[in-house]
Ligand binder design. Sequence first.
Ligand SMILES: Nc1nc2c(c(=O)[nH]1)N[C@H]1C(S)=C(S)[C@@H](COP(=O)(O)O)O[C@H]1N2
Ligand SMILES: [Mo]
Length: 205
Amino acid sequence: MRFFERNREQLAMMGIDPNRLPPGQYHTERFPVLHAGTVPQYRDLSQWSFSITGLVGNPAVLTWHEIQSLPSVEIKADIHCVTKWSKFDTVWKGISFSTICEIAEPDSSATHMMCHSEYGFTANLALSDLLGENAALLAYEYDGKPLEPDHGYPLRFLVPRLYFWKSAKWLRGIEFMAGDRPGFWEQNGYHMYGDPWKEQRYWDD
Ligand SMILES: Nc1nc2c(c(=O)[nH]1)N[C@H]1C(S)=C(S)[C@@H](COP(=O)(O)O)O[C@H]1N2
Ligand SMILES: [Mo]
């Protein structure tokens, strides 16, 4: 398709390696907003909590204050949405998923986890994709500022190596599981795993 070829040519002209685009993706500098349902509005975060549940040694409920006082990291990453846009060099700050694992002490039987967000949204992930310093974050800042409500304020998951639907916005908890289970989009036609480099967009990909 001409649009996609031209988009890659434009990247090359800007001195950006077009091979950073997974197959079937185009580059944009915008930051589109995509989700099912409505955006939660928080008056304050005094009632907000984050829960760690499932197959862990230390189930926990953390307040917003406790979340903010955990060690934070900053990462720069390219993100890829299944609706075909990619955005390069996005900068995020938050808590490394490995820090959450240190707190939670997952059982050896835990292989997967489920993100649980406001209004019952869920997204499933394999733990093996999330370990490693910059693999996954509980992000609360984008581009040096608190997340915008549309982009997941106050906290979202971020796993840049998979399609962006796995990066659950308005995150309220993580459940450690023995085995995989489909989340919201995965029950509605999206791939269980979602590797953009293998174009795992939908059930049959
Ligand atoms: N809670 C929640 N998180 C969600 C979704 C959603 O419907 N609800 N949609 C996902 C999808 S399909 C995408 S592409 C990204 C979009 O994130 P953005 O709006 O910050 O670009 O959020 C993901 N996280
Ligand atoms: Mo998406």
